[in-house]
Design a protein around this ligand. Structure first.
Ligand code: ASP
Length: 343
């Protein structure tokens, strides 16, 4: 007889684990060991469901490389005991955590589904109930003995996305996430429709966790009127190893001589500069316009259609595990976990 699926729910905090403080009327994180009291329907799954609660529970604005590593280490420790993992997480930085986990968990062959909610679980109209129930079902789903979604993903409001392709685009609606440059992995309607050709295949190798990050990475968003002082000061950041240049359109930035010179000097001094577009849909195409030829000539590399969330976590991950900028540059240009489409 087949064993029941076993699922571990990791609670990191966020709205899904928050309640209204009666005194301040502000949302505050709560420990909920009473998950089954809040969502009794969970009992209807014929699964073994366990719950791991981080202490303290945090608003996802307080996530950082250390907390990402803590999540990865729990998954590593419990990996053999469970068929899948559901991570309850605030939606604000969920796309960053999902990206970071996708880079940390090499040879992941089981589902890691991040979910959260816009309204806390205790509220009548909460979106957390459906998000959690469907995430648990996805984490348990198998084809024969093989997990259907062996990757780090985000489930939110009826759609399952590859985690490192997501962006939180809506602060109000239940439909908070989009994956602009990669199709959904599944749609949840009357049935759960998996788009299997879009889902990564398991490689059946042993999980290996790379939990080191280097935070000497930063982001510069271009805007008309940016001053030489602003650009110079960001390149002056102590120990800076990489900078994501958020450019216009298909990867364009001004070709003013002062700007190109600052870029060139930074790159010549060993800082890796990656071109990521401010647009949500589409890819960087350096060379399409003259303004991006100047960037390419200065030594800026393309981020193709990667999100800023995935680019920043990928660079922190790569520098955390490699010393040499040239090696990081070569590795950055190749997808690690389906986070970008190469030209
Ligand atoms: N501020 C919350 C957080 O990201 C919002 C949410 O949970 O959706 O932790």
């Amino acid at each position: 007889m087949k064993e029941k699926p076993s699922i571990l729910i990791l609670n990191t905090g966020g709205t899904i684990g928050m309640m209204m403080d009666p005194r301040t009327k502000a949302l505050k994180p709560v420990n909920f060991n009473n998950l089954f009291d809040l969502i009794p329907t969970l009992k209807l799954f014929n699964y073994n469901i366990d719950h791991y609660c981080f202490d303290p529970l945090i608003d996802s604005s307080n996530m950082n490389p250390e907390t990402w590593a803590n999540i990865a280490r729990v998954i590593e420790k419990k990996y053999e005991l469970y068929d899948g993992f559901v991570v309850l997480h605030g939606s604000d930085t969920m796309a960053y955590t999902a990206s970071a986990l996708s880079f940390m968990l090499h040879n992941l062959n089981k589902p890691v589904v991040l979910t959260g909610s816009q309204l806390p679980l205790g509220m009548i109209r909460t979106d957390g109930r459906e998000n959690l129930l469907t995430s648990v079902e996805i984490a348990a789903a198998k084809d024969e003995e093989t997990p259907v979604v062996p990757e780090v993903c985000i489930y939110f409001e009826n759609q399952l996305f590859r985690g490192n392709r997501t962006h939180k685009f809506n602060a109000q609606n239940f439909e908070a996430f989009r994956s602009f440059n990669y199709p959904a992995l599944a749609d949840a309607g009357v049935t759960l429709d998996y788009h299997k050709d879009k889902i990564r295949k398991p490689n059946f190798k042993k999980l290996k966790v790379y939990d080191r990050f280097d935070d000497n990475v930063t982001i510069l968003k271009m805007y008309p009127g940016i001053s030489p002082n602003a650009v110079a000061s960001i390149f002056d950041t102590k120990n800076l190893k990489a900078l994501i240049l958020e450019t216009y359109g298909s990867g364009n930035a001004p070709d003013y001589p002062w700007f190109i010179e600052l870029l060139k000097n930074a790159i010549d001094s060993g800082i890796l500069v990656v071109n990521v577009t401010q647009c949500q849909v589409g890819t960087v195409e350096m060379g399409k316009y003259e303004t991006s030829i100047a960037l390419r000539n200065a030594g800026v590399i393309s981020g193709f259609d990667i999100t800023t969330e995935a680019a920043v976590t990928k660079l922190m991950h790569l520098f955390g595990n490699n010393k040499n900028t040239e090696d990081v540059k070569v590795m950055f240009l190749k997808p690690i976990a389906g986070e970008m489409t190469e030209a």
